[in-house]
Design a protein around this ligand. Structure first.
Ligand code: PLP
Length: 432
């Protein structure tokens, strides 16, 4: 039973007076009027005083933990310098780009943005400019932001999967028709689209691990196949590493799988909770953004903001200088996955555990999940119940279909063990 949230309810009701739906991003409403009042390390506290161990991690934007002193200290120091001038370039912007180029294997140049959506919008426009082709391919289940080219076909019900499933009203038909939908881990579905639209496809964009539907793990054959197919067809390969970037490895998932995309978008964890994102890639492509000689517009009042850049530099530097960060979070993530699988097995729950690094997901489906088609078998109601009850028990897991959970640098072994004990009780209770 969810604990009443009188303060949260009051705040939510006042929010509804001035903010449509009472939240500033649709997925922040989780069926209960949560209002968070504090955050530190691996924990958050709500306005009604309840404390949660946080696996939501602001949709993956928190990586080192909340209010990480290394990042917040750098941000505080940046406030003593230049705020925003809007002329030329600042040292922190250069340092941020330099670090991205140093850390991300395929990055030769980088442009800054303030959100992942802007980064993927830039990637798509650049791909169209470079190839002079109109279409792009995205995968059912991947999310790349709220703009017209990609705001479709994420968590689609069976009847609309692979068909026309916009996330929003107000998207031009032309935009919807310019985005083709393929099946993740199915190279044949991509090949078929290239055959059906010869020399019309500018780019294939994907989350290398589609974390917006939990964690579909790509086969090596699939990512390598995409690389050679796009090359052969003259299209760009875009890795959207907005979630996987910096989280799964310093150089993102491209470092893990060894495949070099032409362009990479990143954001979220890069600034450990501060608004910063970017697009990186091959020099010859990125130079199209050059205001003097290029032809693709690069603009944005807040791009490379000193506060954002300070947060990004501090986060990237911390990760670079602490390689044990990945060993630790991956070990905790693995313990969580093995623990959950063991509990499901012991209790006879038809479930499959997935994830990578510190990310873990408990699908309520009994067979391996390779593509979106397999997720149509997931018992979404059970998934929601599990996440809701875990949250009620003090373990914040986003109560939304197919959302993933994140272990951060602030979680401990003890946290993981307590989480597993709670998961045992919750799953047992769900069987009763
Ligand atoms: N790409 C991926 C993989 C994402 O998960 C998201 C956001 O969830 C975005 C892009 C869009 O990023 P933003 O919400 O910062 O615009």
């Amino acid at each position: 039973m969810t604990t009443p949230k009188p303060v949260g309810r009051r705040l939510y009701e006042s929010a509804c007076q001035v903010i449509p739906g009472g939240v500033n991003s649709g997925t922040r409403y989780v069926g209960e009027p949560y209002s968070l009042a504090g955050a530190q390390g691996a924990y958050v506290t709500d306005a009604d005083g309840a404390r949660y161990l946080d696996y939501h991690a602001a949709f993956g934007a928190m990586l080192l933990g909340h209010n990480a002193p290394e990042v917040n200290g750098a941000v505080a120091r940046s406030l003593d310098g230049v705020d925003l001038v809007g002329v030329g370039v600042g040292e922190t912007e250069i340092e941020m780009a330099r670090l991205v180029v140093e850390l991300i294997p395929s990055a030769e140049m980088m442009i800054a943005a303030m959100s992942g959506s802007e980064a993927t919008a830039q990637a798509i426009r650049l791909a169209r400019a470079v190839t002079a082709r109109p279409l792009i391919i995205k995968f059912q289940g991947c999310y790349h932001g709220w703009h017209d080219s990609v705001a479709r076909n994420v968590i689609s019900p069976a009847g609309r999967a692979y068909g026309r499933d916009p996330l929003s009203a107000g998207i031009l038909d032309d935009a919807l028709d310019s985005t083709l939908i393929a099946e993740f881990n199915d190279l044949g579905s991509v090949q078929a689209l290239f055959e059906a639209h010869p020399e019309r496809i500018a780019a294939v964009i994907l989350e290398p691990i589609p974390h917006n539907v939990g964690a579909l793990l790509p086969t090596q054959e699939f990512v390598e196949g995409l690389r050679s197919l796009t090359r052969k067809e003259g299209a760009l390969l875009v890795f959207d590493e907005v979630i996987t970037g910096f989280r799964h490895a310093l150089g993102g998932y491209q470092q893990v799988c060894g495949v070099r995309p032409d362009l990479t978008s990143f954001g979220k964890a890069m600034g450990n909770g501060f608004p910063v994102a970017g697009l990186a890639g091959r020099r010859d492509l990125m130079e199209r953004f050059d205001f003097d000689g290029g032809d693709v517009l690069l603009a944005g009042t807040f791009n490379g903001h000193p506060v954002s850049a300070a947060a990004a530099i501090a986060t990237m530097t911390y990760l670079r200088d602490h390689p044990d960060f990945y060993t630790r979070t991956h070990t905790l993530g693995e313990r969580m996955r093995l623990g959950l699988a063991g509990i499901a097995d012991e209790l006879g729950v038809a479930a499959t555990v997935s994830g990578f690094g510190g990310v873990f997901v408990l699908y309520f489906a009994s067979a391996p999940t390779l593509g979106y088609r397999d997720l149509l078998r997931n018992d979404n109601a059970a998934y929601l119940t599990f996440h809701r009850r875990m949250t009620d028990a003090g373990f914040l897991m986003l109560p939304m279909a197919l959302k993933r959970n994140h272990v951060s640098g602030a979680h401990t072994e003890d946290d993981v063990e307590r989480t597993l004990e709670a998961a045992h009780d919750v799953l047992k209770g769900m069987l009763a």
